[in-house]
Design a protein around this ligand. Structure first.
Ligand code: WTA
Length: 664
């Protein structure tokens, strides 16, 4: 974090004000799991007094083979939840529903990209496939605690493979299918995976991406891998290495389905998931079993208000934590029906999601701000062409959402009737931490509202004192929670250093988790996430969250997307440089005039201190494969054009080249 010349140690100036609030309709609240602010408040109060007792109660809604004897044990920074308990996640997501009417309910409805092929798995069918896959893993020598890498597209078999690992206590390491061979190799080797599950190719935006070829290249230097299982999806040419590679369909055909779910210790390693991080080597975030499931099951029920007649569609990729927690584990633990779509939102046309919602009658839709900005850019015509009236709740995750994008989402997609749940959380937190509870919380556009019951989040200064209302500071969590990461795989020092060293234990507390995000709470106590602290800049003694300036720019009718970074400036300490993309149908005319107009617009929205010093128009912004703008690269561009950091997660290299070329 940059040093501050502002008067309070570690505080960040906030300049955004938002006065609109939206209450859930009576109709929504009446039917909701948590039907009122009053009820939520009483749950929250009780949970804050005794978070462990609260989480024990949530864990009781799962099926345990043996109940825990120590609910929570803490030796900074190592947590144990539900110690002594025995549980299995696959059992809780599948077997448990087979003794109920849900056995013939759709667990997974999958739609393929190229021709709209639809495959539906009831709970009973999904259970059968998972058991067989678990049998295949066993037959290939995979044992409890072995790591299995999964490098697949958005196909049902990816879900089946994950649940099969969980069934026998293998730890999965899902690597996003858009990663390169190099990134896959690094993640396999770091996790010492013994097996790889992949597919010939994956359909994306009308073409087949060859995954097997990348896997082959990776496996040339992966000594720990003994076998690989290959799903045929595109039918493309692949080379199968004898002895190592096996076709999914061959082995599944003869597999036994008689594989009971293994009772696992509550702290058994459930999965490793690598996060890109802003610098250096990716971190293998490790999550365990009982606490993780209790957290994701509870938050799915509470935040998505999920019910048996819902059809829930989350657009995240299975390769990211959102895909893990809120496509697979949270929803299935609740016995929900999940819609999973294989491909791109703009194939064959930019209305594919709306088309899916209309045809399948989706009731809950969960996506990311980056997607919402793309929808805005593509134009209102696409959602307007479709009947979206089945929707009752919509959500977002992944980045701060600009208030104007939030308003668009509310009116265009939610038709002013669906509550929006803006959910703040991280790969490291395992599940949702700060979010509205839709039947109970009044929302404000751009705010993730409040910490959920059992989550003790706060905004503090560097010295650990709590910030005043509207004073920006560091977002911390003051009590461990069950879904939290347990370590960085193979590097517990880095885990401690990254997350637990800023606020170590004192006489008053047992150590706080530092999120890496800046935030503020307004006078009503609402949390406003200001972005990563390395996206916070100091301009003329004011620390500004660049996300706020971006929101102001995006609220201009011509602007589709904006990224704001700092450039060293003699006078101000930092100057703000804004990279701006315009909406598709805009012909801007005199660009210099437009620049001035945008600067003034920011001045009007949030005050002159936030006016970007420089505005650069661009056709695209550099993004990670999960859609986050890589501001770090933009910072390097404005600082002199040399890109020195890690670019392995960059989605489209040509964007970078263009940005460099455009420099004045
Ligand atoms: C950001 C994704 C604002 C934040 C689940 C966090 C958000 C990082 C929100 C984690 C939100 C996520 N509002 N910012 N609703 N959700 N973030 O690990 O900076 O991919 O630290 O997990 O995304 O990203 P990750």
């Amino acid at each position: 974090m940059a040093s501050s010349s502002s008067n309070r140690q570690g505080s960040i100036s906030s300049v955004q004000t938002e006065n609109r609030t939206f209450s859930p309709s009576d109709e929504f609240s009446k039917k909701a799991h948590i039907p009122s602010a009053k009820k939520l408040e009483s749950i929250r109060k009780k949970a804050a007094k005794n978070p462990v007792e609260f989480w024990e109660k949530q864990a009781e809604s799962l099926e345990w083979f043996r109940r825990w004897n120590i609910a929570f044990k803490w030796k900074h920074p190592v947590a144990e939840w539900f110690g002594g308990g025995k549980i299995n996640i696959s059992y809780n997501c599948l077997d448990r529903h087979l003794n109920t009417w849900r056995r013939n309910k759709a667990a997974l409805i999958w739609e393929g990209e190229p021709d709209g092929e639809i495959r539906t798995f009831t709970y009973s069918q999904l259970h059968h496939e998972v058991c067989k896959c678990a049998g295949v893993l066993r037959s290939l020598g995979v044992k409890k605690s072995d790591v299995v890498a999964i490098y697949m597209g958005m196909v049902p078999e990816a879900v089946i493979a994950m649940l099969a690992c969980a069934r026998i206590g293998a730890t999965h390491n899902v690597v996003f299918g858009g990663f390169s061979a190099e990134a896959l190799r690094e993640r396999i080797n770091d996790s010492k995976a013994v097996m790889l599950i992949t597919q010939d190719g994956a359909f994306r935006r009308g073409t087949a991406v060859n995954l097997k070829q990348a896997a082959d290249a990776a496996l040339e230097h992966c000594p720990s891998i003994k076998h690989s299982l290959v799903l045929r999806r595109t039918g493309g040419e692949v080379t199968m290495k004898a002895g190592r590679d096996h076709w999914w369909h061959d082995l599944m055909r003869g597999a036994t389905s008689n594989i009971a779910a293994e009772p696992l210790g509550s702290e058994h390693p459930h999965f490793i998931l690598y996060t890109s991080g802003s610098t250096g080597k990716p971190k293998g975030i490790l999550h365990t079993t009982g606490g993780y499931l209790a957290h994701v099951a509870y938050t799915t029920k509470t935040v998505f208000d999920i019910k048996d007649d819902d059809l829930y569609f989350c657009t995240a990729d299975i390769g990211w934590v959102t895909g893990h927690s809120y496509i697979v584990y949270g929803p299935l633990a609740n016995g929900a029906s999940v819609l999973m779509y294989e491909g791109a939102p703009n194939f064959p046309e930019p209305d594919r999601f709306w088309d899916i919602i209309e045809r399948h009658k989706v009731t809950i839709f969960y996506t990311a701000p980056t997607a919402i900005r793309a929808f805005i850019r593509w134009g209102d015509g696409y959602p307007l062409k479709h009947d979206l009236s089945s929707l009752r709740l919509i959500g977002t995750v992944g980045e701060p959402i600009n208030p104007e994008a939030w308003m668009w989402y509310r009116t265009m997609i939610g038709k002013n009737k669906c509550p929006i749940v803006d959910t703040w959380w991280q790969t490291e937190t395992g599940g949702i931490m700060i979010a509205p509870v839709p039947g109970a919380t009044d929302t404000k556009p751009g705010s993730a509202t409040f910490a959920l019951p059992g989550i003790l989040a706060d905004v503090v200064r560097k010295d650990g004192t709590s910030c005043e209302p509207n004073e920006g500071g560091l977002l911390v969590v003051k009590h461990p929670w069950p879904g939290m990461a347990r370590t960085i795989f193979g590097d517990k020092e880095r885990y401690k250093e990254t997350y637990w060293s800023n606020f170590p234990p004192t006489k008053e507390h047992q150590g706080w988790y530092f999120t890496g995000d800046g935030a503020r709470k307004d006078t009503d106590g609402y949390f406003w996430i200001m972005g990563r602290v390395d996206d916070v800049v100091n301009v003329s003694g004011h620390r500004l969250g660049t996300a706020e300036v971006e929101s102001a720019l995006v609220s201009h009718p011509y602007v589709a997307e904006a990224a704001v970074v700092a450039k060293p400036d003699e006078l101000k300490g930092n100057a703000l440089v804004a990279f701006v993309t315009l909406k598709a149908n805009i012909t801007a005319g005199d660009l210099n005039k437009l620049k001035e107009e945008l600067r003034n617009h920011v001045g009007v929205e949030i005050g002159h201190i936030a006016k970007p010093d420089e505005i650069r128009f661009t056709e695209g912004l550099p993004k990670t494969r999960s859609g986050k703008i890589m501001r770090r690269l933009l910072r390097e561009i404005v600082a002199g054009g040399v890109i020195s950091g890690d670019t392995t997660t960059l989605e489209d290299f040509s964007v970078l080249e263009k940005l460099r070329g455009d420099e004045e």
